[in-house]
Design a protein around this ligand. Structure first.
Ligand code: MV4
Length: 445
């Protein structure tokens, strides 16, 4: 097992990783920017190294500074958390050169899933359903028009280097296609330095359901059931839950099998997630694979009682997994609490937390790095807490969540708590009647 892990991240996920390391008897090194000097991850870790100025590019994305911190503290592994360098294949490669274990998949696995056309081709070969569309890159507007005419509109144009919704264009009829093609290409080039684009049939009003998987270094892959992440705003997830209210045992079996096939196709090692789009007929299609621990991993931890960070560290250290698939017997819902004004287009609201009371009690888990007197810096993601409610049934979990959100006092900054409180009262949400379009028409009062 590792002796000392450097955590190349900040905020709640850095704390989350430190907590599991403590339980495993592994020493921890925090890295921090000058803006995070007073952060809890710095105080909770055994050691802490300042790695640069506030801007992420100067600190949490500065590979040289992070490697220097790992060298001077003699860390034998690096946990990247999510975001920042978590899906950066060259960072994983540099860790290997330094003989420091990157706690995650190999660079080849990150690359195999990072390029979306490559990922899709791999899935087709593995027999995982994908959304019908162009075979590989689009070569011209004329080719795009022909494929769209054959498939029928609407279609969607995506960047092969994209993901998470960046650089997508939905096209409803042929006269919009040329403009969408050109602007998607320009945006892809500007965002990813790669102007490769491809086309798919546009699936209207889908659900976003993802399957958590784990694979070890010996080729064993298992699935750890689903999370429903359909409640999103501008490709940012707001609420996640497990089980999905749309799930059936039969669909879980089929999606679980497909997720295992998907991960096995690249001999995947580590924890990861296969994202699927699910249409109203319960047809499901591979969308992307996340080769990292995700923000919403705690939902799965609660419903199957399983420490995913511990499992991820053990897999990286070469410990075999049991290979058993899990299905949820209880229900968990997570609300992401952001320092944003939900009444003002979710505008970020950094600043000082003047008063804080965190909810607790039966069935409530709060993962957060905030404390009374903490100043939320303006440089990073605005998520400040995740509240997870756990109960025997979905209805009870929603009631527990409502109770917890009502207990939560965060003063000094605006938060998304009022939004979540209204969502928990919404009849369609309560009935499990929602798709990825739900938030577009949800009106805050
Ligand atoms: C789609 C789609 C409909 N049809 N692809 C959004 C993020 C990126 N991973 C892919 N996304 C979508 N791809 C086809 N062929 C709809 C979306 C989509 C979406 C997906 C999941 C959750 C929220 C979403 C919001 C808008 C669009």
């Amino acid at each position: 097992m590792f002796r000392k892990i450097l955590i190349a991240n900040r905020g709640e996920i850095a704390l989350r990783i430190i907590r599991t390391c403590r339980e495993m008897g592994i020493k921890t090194v925090a890295v921090y920017s000058t803006a995070d000097k007073e952060s809890l991850h710095v105080r909770f870790a055994d050691e802490a190294v300042c790695i640069g100025k506030p801007q992420s590019a100067d600190s949490y994305l500065n590979v040289q500074h992070i490697m220097a911190a790992a060298e001077i503290t003699n860390a034998d592994a690096i946990h990247p958390g999510y975001g920042f360098l978590a899906e950066n294949a060259s960072f994983a490669e540099i860790c290997a050169q330094y003989k420091i274990k990157f706690i995650g998949p190999t660079p080849a696995m990150i690359n195999a899933m990072g390029d979306k056309i490559t990922a899709k081709e791999t899935m087709i070969k593995a027999g995982v359903p994908v959304i019908p569309g162009s075979e590989g890159l689009l070569q011209s507007v004329e080719e795009a028009k022909k494929i769209a005419a054959d498939m029928g509109y609407p279609v969607i144009i995506k960047a092969t280097a994209g993901g998470g919704g960046k650089g997508m264009r939905v096209v409803w009829q042929e006269n919009e296609l040329e403009h969408a093609y050109n602007t998607a290409k320009i945006e892809a080039k500007a965002s990813f330095k790669n102007d490769g684009i491809y086309m798919e049939k546009f699936v209207e009003e889908p659900r976003h359901i993802e399957i958590q998987i784990a694979g070890d270094q010996f080729g064993t892959v298992c699935h750890l059931s689903e999370r429903d992440c359909s409640i999103q705003r501008r490709h940012q997830k707001l609420v996640e839950e497990s089980p999905s209210p749309f799930m059936t045992p039969e669909l879980r079996q089929r999606m679980g099998d497909a997720a295992i096939k998907a991960a096995s196709a690249i001999n995947y090692e580590s924890v990861g997630t296969i994202e699927f789009l699910v249409d109203k007929h319960r047809n499901f299609y591979f969308m992307e694979m996340n080769t990292r621990i995700q923000v919403e991993h705690g939902v799965t931890e609660e419903v199957i009682s399983y420490d995913l960070i511990k499992e991820q560290i053990k897999i990286a250290a070469g410990v075999p997994i049991s290979g058993k698939n899990y299905e949820p017997k209880i229900h968990a819902i997570e609300c992401r609490i952001n320092a944003e004004d939900p009444y003002n287009d979710f505008r970020p609201c950094p600043g000082k937390i003047t008063n804080l009371h965190t909810p607790g009690g039966h069935g409530v888990r709060v993962d957060s790095h905030i404390y009374a007197g903490y100043t939320i810096p303006p440089y990073y993601d605005s998520m400040i807490a995740k509240v997870i409610a756990v109960a025997q049934t979905r209805e009870e979990a929603i009631n527990t969540m409502e109770r917890a959100l009502n207990e939560y006092v965060i003063e000094g900054v605006k938060t998304t708590i009022p939004f979540h409180l209204q969502l928990m009262k919404n009849e369609d949400f309560r009935n499990g009647n929602f798709t990825t379009k739900f938030i577009e028409s949800f009106k805050l009062v």
